[in-house]
Design a protein around this ligand. Sequence first.
Ligand code: CTP
Length: 410
Amino acid sequence: MLNNMRILLIISGGIAAYKSLELIRGLRRRGAQVRPILTKGGAQFVTPLSVATLAQHKVYDDLFYLTDESEIGHIRLARETDLVVVAPATADILAKMANGIADDLATTALLATDRPILIAPAMNSRMWANTATKRNLALLQANGVMTVGPAHGELAEGEIGIGRMAEPVDILASIEAALGGPLSGIRALVTSGPTHEPIDPVRYIANRSSGKQGHAIAGACARLGAAVTLVSGPSSEIDPPGVEMVHVETARDMMEACLKALPVDVAICAAAVSDWRPAEAGTQKIKKDKRSSSTAPNLALVENSDILATLAGRENDRPRLVIGFAAETDDVLAYASAKLVSKGCDWILANDVSPDTGTFGGDDNKVHLISRSEAEPMAGPNIEEWPEFSKVEVAARLAERIAQSLGSAA
Ligand code: CTP
């Protein structure tokens, strides 16, 4: 709920402005007060009347600027608010924000505010990919501006790509998180996806992990307000909104990135880290040896270090809660309970990945949560069966359980 939270909503000029009407409705339903600013461009897509009607508040635009200066003034407008939201945020307004340009009411308010700012970018995918936009965005993020989206999907011109404004429900979740979800103030580290272990410059050892579960967990924790670092191996999943991404290839890179992210309050290791890597990765492509009867090379493998066990075993900066996954095809609970102990973590999510379940790469996940019995350490682990949930639902439930656990421990 956002009871009586004051949101200054800036609607800039893009086709996605129509979705801002839905956003206003969602904000009002959650009890927020909405003060809308409509830019000249925004007014080409939605009318001041529809914005004012839904917001139940007058709309500030450049026409009202001069008369309102005497009443409220752009400085007060910018400061008497709990959060400034720019949705949609065009490439143009991002550029102005990044460079401190104030040439209308919206950009003047953005320059004058000392309140947190959340932007929901929306633009053509080529504009989004342009280095100028990337540079502006990096500057804004470095200055603490929060972002949600953009999402992948159909764009205004009928093209498919990244650039669609995040859906109103995702923007609402980010607003709730920014204003204090149950995980706000909590730092979370999540690993996701497979790792690629190079054999030579063109070949590698990998596995079938898609990264769906880890990415969903990172997104769910961020939605509850956690500051999330997601260390991901190669995955075709889209970076979840509001998460700090670290893209890696190998298990060794993943380990390094995880240690760099410490200290954190909670670590969730959902990556399918390759257990082994070639002892030596060729710097040139290995050729078939035509002289011998067999052209198959002998691949010597060495073991990769265990990231989960390493995090759980840290002495001075061990996360308060260390969570692993156990992907098993048989005797799921027994093997997973043994892993809880051998890896030294606090919770294990046991996954049945036998071939007929379709878990690897699929959307659903059959899960048990196994935890150490804190009251009676000798009594064996607690086992809780979660009904079959989608990976997204498993992630949401896990994020809520983490909030409960860390909240009660605080
Ligand atoms: N894990 C890790 N680093 C590794 C290997 C695994 O962090 N080098 C983590 C995974 O992210 C997961 C958990 O350990 O949370 C269990 O991984 P799994 O591959 O099921 O276990 P293994 O230790 O590889 O055991 P086995 O393959 O024998 O089942």
